[in-house]
Each structure stands twice: as C-alpha cells, then as structure tokens.
Design a protein around this ligand. Structure first.
Ligand code: PMP
Length: 430
C-alpha cells in the first residue's frame, strides 16, 4: 500500500466500518468531499471535480449558490423559526406568494400547494393517496422504466425489479404499461391504455390515476414524441382518470423550462415536485393539486417535517432565477454545448446513442458494451475529474446533468474530460 492509499483508507474507514452496506453513490465516487461551489466539488484529497450529476438533480442551481446561501444565513442569524410543523410562518408565506407570482401565474396554472414529508417518495405517496380519495378507485397505471421512489407506495409504481425485490413484500395495485420510448423501441401506449380503459374484458378496473415522468430520467433519459403527453392528458380526462406528472427530476428547469410538461401545453391534475425546489439541496417536497381535487381531510397526510423553514427560505431565493428570461436563455446555450460534445462522442464510437433535452442528457452504451462500458466510462471520467452517474437498464446509460448555473468554461472543461474518458474506454474496448 502506498502512502496515498493508506491515507485514503484512513479517510474512509469510519464509513466502511460503521455505515450500513446500503450506501451507494460513495462506492461509485470514492472520495471524501469537503467543499463545493457551483459545479465544482472539492475532495479532502485536494482533487477537484466537475459535477455532472448535481446530486441526482437536486442541485440545479449548483452548490452553495451565493444568493440562496445569503438568504439562508440571514434567516439563521435572525433567529427565524426553523421547525414549525405545518403552522403558518413568514418563511412559508413568502415562498407561497413567490411561487404563485413567479411560477404559477405567468404560466396560467392554478394549483393548491401541499407540503409533504421532505422526500420525493413522500410526494408520490401523497399523490397516489389523493388520486384514490378523489376517484374512489384504487388501481394505478405506471410506465415500465419509471422511477418514483422507494417507499412501499412509490416503489409499487417503480419498474426496476431489483429495487422492487428489496421491498420483501408484495407491491400491489399497479399496472405497468411500456413507456412510448425505451430500449426496446417505440410503443403505442395511448392505444393500449385506451383499450385497457374501455374494454370491459380488459381484466383491469379503471384506475384512479396514471403516474408518468414527463421524461424518464432514472430509466435512461427517454423522451416521448412531441404531443404524446397532451394526448395522454386528454385520454385520462376523457375517462375520469387523474394524471399525475412526476416532475421531481425533470422540474425546476432541468429540461429548459420550469416544468418539463410546459412544452405540451397541459396542466396535469397533480404534479410532484421535490429535489431542486429548495434551490440549495435542503429537503423539500410538494404537490401541486388542481383546486377541485383538493379533497383531503385536515391531517390525512401529515408528518413532522412538512415545514422545513430553511428550505422555504432557500426555495424563495432560488425563484429569483425565474423572474426574467435570462436563465432559460443560459440553459439553452448550455444545451447546445452538451448536444455538440455528446454528438462528437457518438460520431467517434460506433453504436453509441445520444439523446437529451435542456440539461438532461444521455450517452447510451446499449449497443456498444452496455452497462459494463458505461460504468468504466463513469469511473474513468471520475479519475479525470468529472462526476457522472449511470442510469437505465443495467446502467447502460451515462446520465449527464450539470447544474443549470454551471460557468461556460467549467462546462467545456467537464465536456472535454468526459469526451476523453469515452474515447479512452471505448478505444480500449475495440
Ligand atoms: N421521482 C423521480 C422522477 C425521481 O427521480 C426520484 C429520485 N430519483 C423520486 C421520485 C424519489 O425521490 P426521493 O429520492 O427524494 O425519494
């Protein structure tokens, strides 16, 4: 063992000895991180990394955004209330008003806000429960490849078999339908659902809701054709089935607009929002509910941590990004850099596929070495100083999602390192 290895070993021993085996990302990115700014992560070892993962999409505004951090620090220094269950607070009132004025009103959206327990999974739980309360039906339709969380209710609508097995119990009540885009090609999910809803011999009761990711992120960055989501919304409406859009990963600007569904000109019945909503990585999750569907009894989905006041403060500060068009213009510029770089990789590596929107992109290795190659590229990118994670079936896809606020030069640097990692691993593979 070299001196460097011994130091690395000592640094990670507390985790490997005392933290549960369930830990995961630390295995892919085995550094001990100590500081971060925007898209740059600093490790205790002194190495720095360009962050193309953004904490699984929960840091769309980067690490320690100065404006958001100032708001949080000022609130702490002013002895603002930190925990208030779901009581009325100034911090929550400010967030609700700003979200209304900055996000909902300009888009002509009319929703009630429900603050859930602080994880995405809890927002999904709440959405499924509400759809059952409103319709009096219990079944749910979800899509193959979909990811909605790992609590039992949200896991029941998540496709990944290995993750489902870890539940150790039956996960009932969900009918899975192929997503319109996926590794096996296109599928006419609308025609299938129409049959399922209308044929009295379909073997499936009319469901309470259909839950859908506008773009499947964990599933491998699959994007339905334009117009598909609007047709799904119309189909659901025609049959009195509620449409739940899970915007937990695609929301907060990730795909170029605040909500990914905006491009489709629809207003889903229920929208799940989490991850980047708090702007700085603090836990927060909420549902947007069409007002007439807000049929909860008081306290029917309660929980201690449904009012993380610091998250409200940070979330309100983050909304400043959306008060003019400059931010979306910046995302569009970054999008073209990502598209160009990744197309260059695909040009050099036969079989490598590229797809994406906004700042959510995929390099798909399904036809050039699969998950093994994707994992090797991720590891090589990490050695070269880029944090980028795999997704999709068997991890066949590298999912690329830098903070939306990344500096242009850092983006170029990260792209260059990633492209070199792809070429190094794929040349070695041939
Ligand atoms: N839905 C989607 C689309 C997600 O991407 C995730 C997290 N990857 C979740 C739900 C679950 O969120 P959480 O991990 O905060 O429970």
């Amino acid at each position: 063992m070299s001196a460097v290895d011994i130091a690395a070993d000592a640094a990670t021993t507390p985790f490997t000895e005392h933290e549960s085996n369930v830990r995961t990302y630390c295995r892919t990115f085995p550094e001990v991180f100590c500081a971060a700014h925007n898209a740059t992560l600093v490790a205790e070892s002194g190495r720095t990394y360009v962050d193309f993962f953004a904490a699984a999409g929960s840091l769309n505004y980067g690490h320690n955004d100065p404006r958001i951090k100032r708001a949080v620090v000022a609130y702490l220094e002013g002895d603002g209330v930190l925990q208030a269950l779901d009581m009325y607070t100034v911090a929550k009132r400010r967030f609700i008003s700003s979200f209304q004025d900055t996000v909902l009103a300009p888009r002509g959206l009319d929703y009630k806000l429900q603050f859930c327990g602080p994880t995405g999974a809890n927002a999904v739980e709440a959405a499924l429960k509400l759809s059952r309360i409103v319709t009096g039906r219990s079944g749910v339709v979800s899509f193959m490849g979909g990811y909605h969380g790992l609590s039992l209710g949200s896991l029941a609508v998540t496709g990944n078999r290995a993750l489902r097995r870890a539940a150790g119990t039956r996960l009932d009540g969900c009918t899975f339908v192929p997503y319109p885009a996926g590794p096996s090609g296109e599928f006419d999910a609308l025609a299938y659902l129409e049959r399922m809803f209308t044929d009295a011999h379909s073997g499936t009761e009319l469901p309470a809701s259909v839950i859908v990711e506008t773009i499947q992120a964990e599933g491998g960055v699959y994007i339905p054709r334009d117009g598909w989501l609007a047709q799904l919304a119309a189909l659901c409406r025609a049959h009195g089935v509620l449409l739940i859009c899970d915007e937990i990963q695609t929301g907060c600007g990730r795909t170029g607009t605040f909500f990914a569904f905006e491009r489709n000109g629809i207003a889903p019945d229920i929208v799940c929002v989490s991850k980047s909503i708090s702007g700085i990585g603090l836990p927060m999750a909420m549902l947007l509910i069409r007002p007439e569907l807000d049929q909860w009894e008081p306290g029917a989905h309660t929980g201690t941590f449904r009012g993380n006041q610091l998250a409200f403060v940070a979330a309100e500060a983050a909304l400043a990004y959306w008060r003019d068009g400059a931010f979306t213009a910046r995302i569009a510029e970054h999008e073209s850099v990502l598209a160009r770089t990744l197309a260059g990789c695909a040009h050099d590596v036969p079989g490598l596929a590229v797809r994406g929107r906004g700042m959510l992109w995929a390099l798909d290795f399904t036809r050039c070495g699969g998950g093994q190659t994707a994992r090797r590229v991720s590891a090589e990118a990490f050695r070269r100083g880029v944090v980028v994670e795999t997704a999709g079936r068997d991890g066949n896809v590298l999912k690329i999602m830098p903070p939306l606020t990344i500096e242009p030069e850092t983006l170029l640097q990260g792209c260059d390192k990633l492209a070199r990692a792809v070429r190094a691993e794929c040349a070695a593979n041939r």
